[in-house]
Design a protein around this ligand. Structure first.
Ligand code: PLI
Length: 473
């Protein structure tokens, strides 16, 4: 299948269907409460119209992120009880190391407290000031760490990724022509490494094909440039390869994951997503010298190399989470739930990023609110409106998340202006998804009367987390 092919639309309710179901049942519940509209009005104003600043007690269904919001299994909770809290040489570290070696296939592993800890170490180790770091669309923390190490991020994702209506199967792919152009302009010594993100978050959870990973790796080897994967959602990427790429339908998710990792020289990982835990991450590489440097740096920023900012019990839960995450029935149900929500919205004609990606539905705020200029923050406005309607918390992934160019001070103006409904793993039911879809529909029906927001407080770094807004009247 090439990028020209279209992914068929998800059919929501066709006759004669055979459904999937979650491969687990619920043992413990956490009560949820829906607040009334006056309470939500007050909470949203106090939060400066930024869903990151809401108290979670004021939220009904929390789709802010799939990061660290996973439900752990009974096996993982049991693992928490065998935490070896030794400062050095914890047994749980060795179990984590074996799990990463077995399922991701890299030789050397350094644990970190979460993904950005890993990004910090890799950026400091592998970027020299003045170098470029090409990648398949930026991610907020990843790009910031690259910049803090003196690097400049360059977007080399295929053009299709910037078009929310394009239904190509692998919209996360890297455009080799863009790598060639960068090489021609600056030379290989000016390229620190290629950052290859699996299922590209900011592009709507869109996957990278095995063929593309192979081509990028071969290109890198030809020019002496390493490829580091952001493996945060690489298991989800393996699902799309199994589903869409010729020759992979009968391979297991675990086998595809390992083959994909084999097309890279190392990875950074936020264990808070695919690895089914609430905290944790790692950086893993095959090169002994790079490992030595990472292992030395981790003691400065995270903790000793056998805990990297984590408790022993956290490492145990992550080791077990890795083994659960790579099972075919888990990932089918995980992505199946995202598709269930997306299928309803598609049927109702709600504009969103297509095709539906791995971890979230990304509403297309530009098409939702064509009356708003990008400087009036359409995606931030949509997240606020959804919360006001029903207490559902989503997240802006548009101009606010993109931040400012550190050199010019101008806003980065991404083509994509999206509001993300992110589905935590193993947390919500199909009925919750129905409630979410109906609220989105209600907000869509009221779209014409909506005005935008103005930013009244802007932090220097990663502004989307703490910026404050006021409604335009
Ligand atoms: O949140 P961290 O520091 O564990 O991981 C940072 C990180 C790196 N790469 C990618 C692709 C991410 O999605 C990511 C974190 N994502 C968050 C928090 C999210 O809400 O999507």
């Amino acid at each position: 299948m090439t990028d020209k092919h279209e992914v068929p639309r998800t059919m929501g309710q066709q006759a004669g269907r055979r459904s999937w179901a979650e491969p687990w049942k619920i043992k413990m519940v956490e009560p949820l409460h829906m607040t009334d509209r006056p309470t939500r009005d007050r909470a949203m104003a106090e939060a400066g119209y930024n869903t990151f600043l809401l108290r979670s007690a004021d939220v009904y269904i929390d789709l802010l992120t799939d990061s660290g919001t996973n439900a752990m299994s009974d096996r993982q909770w049991a693992g928490m009880m065998v935490g070896d809290e030794a400062y050095a040489g914890s047994e749980n570290f060795y179990r984590l190391e074996s799990a990463v070696q077995q399922y991701y296939g890299y030789k050397y592993i350094v644990p970190t407290h979460q993904g950005r800890g890993a990004e910090n170490l890799l950026s400091k180790t592998e970027i020299k000031p003045g170098q470029y770091v090409p990648g398949n669309m930026y991610f907020t923390t990843t790009r910031l760490h690259q910049e803090l190490s003196g690097g400049t991020f360059v977007d080399v994702i295929i053009d299709e990724a910037h078009d929310p209506t394009n239904r190509a199967p692998f919209k996360g792919n890297i455009d080799i022509g863009k790598l060639d152009a960068l090489l021609k302009e600056h030379g290989a010594e000016k390229i620190a490494y290629i950052c290859l993100a699996a299922t590209v978050n900011m592009a709507g959870g869109q996957p990278v094909s095995m063929a593309n990973a192979k081509a990028v790796h071969e290109w890198g080897q030809k020019h002496g440039i390493k490829v580091y994967m952001d493996g945060t959602r690489a298991v989800e990427n393996a699902f799309f390869i199994q589903e869409r790429e010729p020759g992979y339908a009968n391979k297991s998710i675990a086998a595809i994951l390992k083959e994909f990792c084999g097309r890279t020289d190392g990875m950074t990982m936020s264990g808070k997503k695919d690895a089914l835990v609430n905290i944790g991450g790692w950086v893993a590489v095959n090169d002994r010298d790079v490992f030595e440097e990472l292992r030395n740096l981790v003691v400065v920023f995270e903790g000793l190399h056998t805990y990297g900012g984590l408790a022993g019990r956290d490492m145990e839960a992550m080791a077990i989470g890795i083994t659960e995450s790579v099972t075919d029935d888990h990932i089918r149900a995980r992505i199946g739930q995202v598709r269930y929500l997306g299928g309803l919205l598609e049927e109702w004609g709600i504009p969103m990023m297509e095709p539906i990606g791995g971890h979230a539905i990304f509403l297309d705020a530009k098409r939702f609110y064509p009356q708003l200029k990008q400087d009036e923050f359409p995606a931030q406005t949509l997240a606020a409106q959804l919360y006001l309607d029903s207490g559902i918390r989503s997240m802006e992934r548009g101009i606010v998340s993109a931040g400012r160019n550190a050199k010019t001070g101008d806003h980065y103006r991404p083509k994509l202006e999206l509001t993300r409904l992110t589905i935590p793993r193993r947390v919500y039911t199909q009925a919750h998804m129905d409630v979410v879809a109906e609220s989105v529909k209600a907000v869509y029906e009221q779209r014409e009367s909506v005005k935008g927001l103005k930013m009244v407080y802007e932090p220097k770094y990663l502004r989307f987390f703490q910026a404050r807004f006021e409604p335009i009247v």
